[in-house]
Design a protein around this ligand. Structure first.
Ligand code: HGY
Ligand code: MN
Ligand code: MN
Ligand code: MN
Length: 413
């Protein structure tokens, strides 16, 4: 078979599997597959079949990570690949799960070529990266990296089920999660393949690209307290309208991102009380999120937010509190692995462009265990976290060939 047919063949096989996996979802539109759910169980059953078919041994760790292992020579180190199986609500069929299927196809490709790798390989399907069901995320990748914090077990979902109960009901042993930690001496590195979730590869007319760094993130909870009153009788002067204060802060958060390069700023969630048409808003609770590949830039944006909120409070008589609720440092990708990825892409006629990741990934957590690298796959219209999310079978075929070629070079790490 010519190389092109091989490319299309593997990409089509991946496409067919992803189509089937996207049927393991709550009611549509799009894909809603939350961790430790019946849909997660269904996806694991299919992934297990695909892994076994590729000649991997399969196990499920107590954090819910499905592990497909290809045993290398005795005492050889392990190279890890993989991504998350979960989705956002009404999301797409590629975010996360494509990064599990493509490396399995790559191993199958090597098996068909009877190519023996001089090290072991593990392909990981993490249970929870999105943090949609519980207010925490990256449980499985943090457990492997040894940065898992067992206090998350008491976090509850919207039905009041704790993470501990969900894990137990899923047949897992939450009390054993802290023993999952791997030794850095046993691991060569980690490569996560992921849909780009942005427009750069499409604008560059490239099927795949190499990630330079995964952005750092910080999230702030902002509570603005004012005074409610009758919208018709309360005079305008002297009002302590919480939503007016929120509006000034939202405008400033947006301005920061607009004016600073390499900074994304978003007020993504907001609730207000009493939230009725004819009463002055008494209280607003909202979140502000900053992301950047540059941690200093991100942290000074967070500090500026706090200073700005104090200024608004002083000028309006509102009571405003700002608290940092989540922080994740930017993670650079390993240069050596990135160069091998670039060479693999060039060998298939790609231009090997590189780009930062504005989204976070399991690789951000695995960076505490071993060197990380990421391969992005073109994303139609840059759309993600929506049912329209799409990667073509040709581009997935290209990614599979790049992964297989990359693995052949890895021993030079
Ligand atoms: O928020 C993120 O970047 C990821 O999709 N959870
Ligand atoms: Mn996502
Ligand atoms: Mn993802
Ligand atoms: Mn993501």
């Amino acid at each position: 078979m010519t190389r092109n047919v091989l490319l299309i063949d593997w990409g089509r096989r991946a496409e067919k599997l992803l189509k089937e996996l996207s049927t393991y979802t709550e009611k549509g539109p799009g894909v809603t597959r939350l961790p430790f759910s019946p849909e997660h169980k269904q996806a694991l059953a299919l992934l297990q079949k695909v892994m076994l078919n590729a000649g991997l041994s399969v196990s499920l760790d107590n954090a819910g990570t499905l592990i497909g292992r290809l045993e290398g020579p005795p005492d050889s180190k392990t190279f890890m690949m993989g991504s998350h199986q979960d989705s956002v609500r009404q999301g797409g069929g590629y975010d996360g799960i494509m990064g599990v299927i493509l490396p399995i196809m790559a191993l199958e490709k090597l098996k068909e070529e009877s190519y023996k790798l001089p090290f072991s390989v593990e392909i990981l399907a993490f249970a929870d990266e999105e943090g949609v069901r519980f207010p925490t995320a990256l449980i499985g990748s943090r457990a492997l990296a040894g940065t898992y914090d067992s206090s998350v077990l008491s976090m509850v979902d919207s039905d009041g089920i704790s993470l501990k109960q969900a894990l137990t009901q899923f047949g897992l042993r939450p009390d054993q999660i802290s023993h999952i930690k791997r030794s850095p001496n046993d691991i060569i590195g980690f490569l996560e393949t992921h849909i780009e979730q942005g427009p750069i590869l499409e604008e560059s007319d490239e099927a795949v690209g190499v990630v330079t760094a995964i952005c750092g993130i910080e999230r702030h909870q902002i509570v603005i307290k004012g005074e409610t009153g009758h919208a018709g009788t309360l005079p305008m002067s002297g009002r302590r309208d919480a939503l007016v204060g929120a509006a000034s802060i939202i405008t400033e958060v947006n301005r920061m991102g607009q004016e600073e390069t390499d900074l994304r700023s978003t007020v993504g969630s907001l609730s207000l009380e009493p939230n009725v048409v004819n009463a002055v808003p008494r209280e607003v609770r909202m979140t502000a999120e900053f992301r950047s590949p540059n941690d200093d830039k991100r942290q000074s944006a967070g500090e500026h937010l706090h200073d700005f909120a104090k200024k608004i409070a002083a000028g309006t008589g509102l009571n405003i509190s700002c608290s940092l609720t989540y922080e994740q440092m930017a993670q650079p990708c390993d240069k050596t692995m990135s160069v091998i990825l670039e060479k693999s892409i060039l060998s298939f006629g790609g231009r090997a462009i590189s780009l930062p990741s504005g989204a976070t990934h399991d690789a951000s957590a695995i960076a505490d265990l071993c060197p990380i690298s990421m391969l992005f796959v073109r994303c139609r219209d840059g759309v993600s976290h929506k049912p329209e999310e799409f990667a073509s079978s040709d581009d997935m075929g290209m990614a599979i060939s790049v992964l297989a070629t990359f693995l052949k070079q890895v021993q030079n790490l």
